[in-house]
Design a protein around this ligand. Structure first.
Ligand code: UGA
Length: 453
């Protein structure tokens, strides 16, 4: 990744911006808007979070966010608050970045969006023009729901607003980098005036600002995320096939990725499927949106099924090697985060795998560079020892399994580390090691669809 000179990139049209929600979307967005020179107020209902942020400490880890917020707090162009009035009154733009968790049937739960829209309506200044923007991933048609919510909150006062959509395409762990370096900014509204105001927030960036209507913008977000899940699932299935026909999935991915129509990115296979707070939720939500509109989105149905099966295939690998009673087996685990560079383990395939293996009676020694505390909260202590160094994971264990694609996992000295194990067995669900080197080092190496020359 190239270095960015953050201090040089500033807005030409500073705005008063409110950001509702200080999670993985809201907080990095607020930090970046402030760094660009806008006057930003972030709102959260959680007072402890708000106080923490105002003292310069961040409730989540995301590169650069802490330093941006600390700088903006010192410059007095950022504050966090629980008080909607402070944030929304006189705001030019209000971004809604609250969570839309999955309901039991896979649709997006709109409770927090509704609450935010209502509170915004209660606090908009009369007469002042404000653009109310959804940044959260929301079903098509949410703009109408937000309009209705704002009007309900305004309760007859003469508020002057338009709704718009500005989906975020930030990857966790790279949110700030992606905010400066995104390939496009999508803004959607049925009001030209709203689109003009919104585009001023991004026009200093060297990127395409794509203007469209609000429903298309809402759908672009789901379509983008679910297209990527389809791409990952495709290469995961290629890996399953490579295993059977004796081909090498990494070579196949590279070979097809060289075709610009296909592209190299998001072709990293994973034996445990994709995870995280966005992809599984979004693929389910778009599938459900299809059903609600009398359309069965068949590809997405398959993506959902294959992704579920991936994990069980992986577990089967381990039980085939050690038997399905793992009571006398100690497994070392590298990685609990749903991907590298984040402390987030929500819907992490790694967490599911650990649960399953524990269910078979295994003892586990678990390490992650950042997401260990989150994992502990989710999994508790039964059968699990959380260790603070990766070396420990190899110490007297029967096998090591690699579940997250942390870049540093590639560089460990496996040849020597396995000497401390009971058996030199590695299950590499994230394709981190070179299988030929592993073999030369005497490692009993498992990774689906790899060819040892
Ligand atoms: C994803 C999208 O990439 C962002 O563009 C989007 O803004 C975000 O969701 C969101 O909707 O908020 P994120 O979930 O942070 O970002 O992480 P990704 O890097 O996309 O990874 C998601 C999952 O796919 C992880 O489990 C990761 O390990 C897996 N993955 C990713 C693969 O298995 N193979 C790949 O080649 C890429």
């Amino acid at each position: 990744m190239e270095n960015i000179n953050f201090d040089e990139i500033k807005t030409k049209n500073p705005k008063k911006i409110a950001v509702i929600g200080t999670g993985y979307v809201g907080l990095p967005s607020a930090a970046v808007f402030a760094k660009w020179g806008n006057n930003v107020t972030a709102v959260d209902v959680d007072i402890a979070k708000v106080e923490m942020i105002n003292s310069g400490k961040m409730p989540i880890y995301e590169e650069n966010v802490e330093e941006f917020i600390q700088e903006a707090l010192a410059n007095k162009n950022f504050i966090a608050t629980t008080d909607y009035a402070l944030a929304v009154k006189d705001a030019d733009v209000v971004f809604i970045a609250v969570g839309t968790p999955s309901t039991e049937i896979g649709t997006a739960d709109m409770k927090y969006i509704d609450e935010a829209a209502f509170s915004i309506g209660q606090n908009l200044s009369e007469g002042k023009y404000t653009v109310v923007v959804t940044k959260s991933t929301v079903p098509v048609g949410t703009n109408k729901r937000v309009t209705a919510g704002v009007l309900k909150g305004a309760n007859g006062r003469a508020v002057n607003f338009d709704v718009a959509s500005n989906p975020e395409f930030l990857r966790e762990g790279y949110a700030v980098y992606d905010s400066y370096n995104g390939e496009r900014v999508v803004i959607g509204s049925d009001s030209e005036k709203a689109l003009d105001v919104l585009s001023q927030i991004f026009e200093h960036l060297d990127t395409v600002i794509f203007r469209t209507d609000v429903s298309s913008s809402e759908l672009i977000k789901y379509a983008a995320n679910t297209f990527l899940t389809t791409k990952i699932t495709f290469i995961n299935e290629i890996a399953n096939l490579c295993e059977r026909v004796g081909a090498d999935v990494k070579s196949v991915a590279e070979g097809i990725g060289l075709d610009a129509r296909i592209g190299k990115r998001f072709l990293n296979p994973t034996e445990i499927g994709f995870g995280g707070p966005c992809f599984p939720k979004d693929v389910n939500a778009l599938y459900q949106l299809g059903l609600e509109n009398n359309y069965e989105f068949q590809i997405l149905g398959s993506v959902i099924n294959v992704n579920k099966q991936q994990m069980f295939r992986f577990i089967e690998r381990v039980t085939q090697r050690f038997g399905s009673n793992l009571e006398n087996i100690t497994l070392g685990v590298l990685g609990t985060a749903f991907k590298d560079n984040t402390d987030d383990a929500r819907h992490s395939g790694a967490i599911d795998v650990i649960r399953q293996l524990r269910g078979f009676g295994a003892q586990l020694k678990v390490y992650d560079p950042m997401a260990l505390a989150t994992a502990k909260q989710m999994l508790g202590e039964q059968n699990i020892e959380y260790v603070d160094s990766y070396e420990n994971v190899f110490d007297k264990t029967d096998a090591v399994i690699i579940l997250t694609e942390w870049k540093q996992f590639k560089d460990y000295d496996y040849e020597n580390l396995v000497k401390n194990m009971n058996n030199p067995v590695i299950f590499d669900a994230r394709y981190m090691l070179d299988p030929n080197k592993a073999k030369q080092s005497g490692i009993e190496y498992y990774s689906r669809g790899r060819k040892v020359l």
